[in-house]
Design a protein around this ligand. Structure first.
Ligand code: ATP
Length: 328
């Protein structure tokens, strides 16, 4: 399939939704039109590709979507696409519509799917990092991460108001799967007393000690941020352990959950997704297949999908150090 000139591209959003996916799709569609290509929207990710939920897009379809959260193409998880039989059906559907190439917007799982599809059927595919978790290599930031951090920080500001009024200690759990990027960002940005992330295990004794010191110093230790994927458990488990040693604290737990996925994308996410949408189409036209387009030091970089999904991207040591200094 790969040597044919590209005239029709398909675009899909897959995995967990992320703010900025809509603006990425818009950028893909607009730049495709700029280069005189046809674009097909594949609804509900790989599931829609298998079910043939595919529709040719026009300019009206992408009007007023840049500023909207979620993804108008909808997203889904597809177990069938994980099987060779499922991917074969997906390929037949692509052929039926004459689609020459794919833009896949999603997290590491979605990009793994695009890589396999390219390997098995030679379908030129380019990935865009669409996940709030920021856990992909080959880009400084993923689409949706900045908005999710802003949402988390705004919510924590509100929690702090009530925490301060009642001298309570809140354990706030933020998303990020097994990556602590949202947590460390929210921890610094909301002056947390401590931030627990999966990448750096903090013994419970250290946390208790820190809270005791703050109690003695009459500092208001009112918010501890906990990343959801921590090995010692989430906010609930940690708070229960701490409670035994700090009986004087009135401890509460808030799990921010899915609200971190929603909302209008920030200016940063709009810019990032717009640049990467254009980069996806231009990359395909320049024969860059099986890669993910990302932004490193504000420059578009194409990284082989295989590397983008497996290279460890750790929370910046410097961010961790800053968070620690500012919470002691
Ligand atoms: P997020 O990081 O937000 O969870 P994600 O893209 O990692 O997003 P997944 O649920 O891991 O989300 O993957 C989305 C879809 O990609 C899966 O439902 C499946 O259809 C496809 N996929 C994931 N892993 C594979 C794989 N190993 N082989 C084929 N397809 C896969």
């Amino acid at each position: 399939m790969e040597n044919k000139a590209i005239t029709k591209i398909g675009v899909l959003t897959s995995g967990g939704d992320a703010p900025g996916m809509n603006s990425a799709v818009r950028a893909v569609v607009r730049s495709a039109f700029y280069y005189k290509l046809e674009v097909f929207g594949i609804y509900r990710g790989y599931e829609g590709l298998i079910q043939d939920d595919i529709k040719k897009l026009n300019s009206r379809d992408i009007a007023y979507i840049l500023e909207r959260g979620g993804t108008f193409l909808k997203s889904a998880r597809s177990d069938e696409f994980r099987t060779p039989e499922g991917r074969k059906i997906a390929y037949e559907n692509l052929k039926k519509h004459g689609i020459d190439a794919l833009v896949v917007i999603g997290g590491d799982g979605s990009l793994t799917g695009a890589h396999l599809f390219y390997k098995e059927f030679g379908v030129p595919a380019i990935g865009l990092p669409g996940t709030i978790d920021n856990d992909l290599a080959g880009t400084d930031f993923t689409i949706g991460f900045d908005t999710a951090c802003n949402t988390a920080i705004q919510a924590i500001d509100k929690i702090r108001d009530t925490a301060t009024s009642h001298d309570r200690l809140f354990f706030v759990e933020v998303m990020g799967r097994d990556a602590g990027f949202i947590a460390i960002n929210a921890g610094i940005g909301s002056a947390a007393a401590a931030t627990l992330i999966p990448e750096k295990k903090m013994p419970i004794e250290t946390l208790i000690e820190r809270l005791k010191v703050r109690e003695k110093a009459k500092k208001q230790a009112n918010v501890v941020i906990v990343a959801e994927g921590g090995k010692s458990g989430g906010a609930l488990e940690i708070s229960q352990k701490v409670k035994k040693f700090l009986p004087n604290y009135d401890i509460k737990v808030t799990i921010l959950g899915h609200l971190q996925r929603g909302g209008s994308p920030t200016s940063f996410d709009r810019l990032l997704s717009s640049k990467l949408g254009v980069a996806a189409v231009e990359g395909l036209l320049h024969g860059k297949y099986d890669v993910m387009a990302g932004l490193i030091n504000n420059k578009v970089v194409y990284t082989p999908i295989k590397r983008a999904i497996v290279d460890d991207k750790d929370v910046d040591e410097e961010d961790f150090r800053v968070a620690k200094i500012l919470s002691t």
